[in-house]
Design a protein around this ligand. Structure first.
Ligand SMILES: Nc1ncnc2c1ncn2[C@@H]1O[C@H](COP(=O)(O)OP(=O)(O)OP(=O)(O)O)[C@@H](O)[C@H]1O
Ligand SMILES: [Mg+2]
Length: 325
């Protein structure tokens, strides 16, 4: 019996450190700013590195580091990156028996453009990860206490309801961190999913999108989410920490000071750290402390799986305050 089976993407991430670029303010960009290079010229890159990424495998790395029995169920391509990812997962003690290697598409790849002091920009290719279907999942073999659904992006989102239904029928607890395509599910489908979720993980934008409320309205957001989801609901707030609801109280966790090198994997490392803390102690306060410390450790190294805490490692515990909802 696994402690956790994780679902979500497996990617090969290239990090490019840029110096030779300009940020142009322009309303035509969704964020109001664009990252620009000279067209038709060669742009020098300061540094390049590559690591395995993708939510499904990132969260598996935390669970394994924390001493839990974990398997990843997802798809890669029949290519170099796919083989490399499987090897990395095995070296980390993650069971890879349920990784499917597809021929139709190559492994997901992301190019992450970073520069000191700037937001990162991600160019994402959705490859083999989205080819996983209900039929390629060896359901009977996935005996687990928890399923962790990292964002199932693109077409992979189709299998969300099957996974959650299977979990509900087989007494498996579900942690759910929906991606953008999943947040667009029609209301009825979303409600059917949320009522089977034990831990719902959202960032501010996702919480606002799910509820149709502005993210400053924390009380109202959680009252709405708590009606739809019987479990614990989390809203991570980047540099402003995190707030969690158990349906009767709100728990506020401060961020820890961080020497940020790379934000990739912040959400994954928080969510998986939180779920580990909950599995170990059933205490939301401890879940927040382990989640924040794991996310901070991840931010301080480049690559979504680097820096993650190990199970025996001491960590600084953030202050958690509780108020009635
Ligand atoms: N600038 C920061 N300073 C300190 N801690 C941070 C910072 N950014 C993120 N964190 C930590 O990481 C957690 C998750 O971050 P965030 O809310 O940005 O997740 P996210 O938007 O889901 O990230 P991702 O882009 O990985 O999906 C936060 O709750 C916080 O503990
Ligand atoms: Mg996220």
């Amino acid at each position: 019996m696994y402690d956790v089976v994780t679902f979500g993407s497996a990617t090969w991430d290239f990090f490019l450190d840029l110096e030779d670029f300009r940020v142009i303010e322009n309303e035509d960009f969704v964020t109001g700013e664009g990252l620009c290079f000279n067209l038709g010229s060669k742009v020098e890159i300061e540094d390049i590195s590559f690591f395995s990424g993708g939510g499904g495998t990132n969260v598996a790395a935390t669970f394994s580091n924390q001493g839990l029995e974990v398997a990843y169920c997802g798809g890669v391509g029949k290519d170099f990156a796919g083989k490399e990812i499987v090897e990395i997962l095995e070296e980390r003690g993650i069971v890879t028996d349920y990784v499917q290697q597809f021929e139709e598409k190559v492994t997901n790849r992301s190019v992450i453009l970073t520069s000191e002091g700037q937001e990162r920009t991600i160019l994402a290719y959705r490859g083999a990860s989205e080819l996983l279907t209900e039929d390629n999942i060896p359901w009977e073999a996935l005996e687990a206490k928890w399923f962790y659904l990292a964002p199932l992006s693109g077409k992979l989102g189709r299998i969300t309801e099957q996974i959650v239904d299977y979990a509900a029928q087989n007494n498996v607890k579900v942690a759910f961190n929906p991606g953008s395509s999943q947040l667009e599910f029609e209301q009825g489908k979303m409600n059917r999913i949320l009522e089977k979720v034990e831990v719902l993980i959202l960032n501010q934008e996702e919480a606002a999108q799910l509820t149709g409320l502005s993210y400053e309205k924390e009380q109202a957001i959680f009252k709405k989410i708590d009606r739809l989801c019987p479990g614990v609901a989390i809203m991570t707030k980047g540099a402003r920490g995190v707030v969690v609801s158990d349906g009767s109280h709100l728990y506020h966790g401060d961020p820890l000071p961080a020497d940020i090198v790379d934000k990739t994997g912040a959400g994954d490392s928080f969510g998986s750290g939180f779920v580990t803390g909950l599995i170990e102690t059933q205490e939301i306060g401890y879940g927040i402390q382990l989640g924040v410390a794991n996310a901070t450790a991840c931010l301080e190294e480049k690559g979504a799986k680097n820096g993650l805490l190990e199970s025996e490692q001491q960590f600084r515990k953030t202050k958690v305050e509780r108020e009635s909802l």
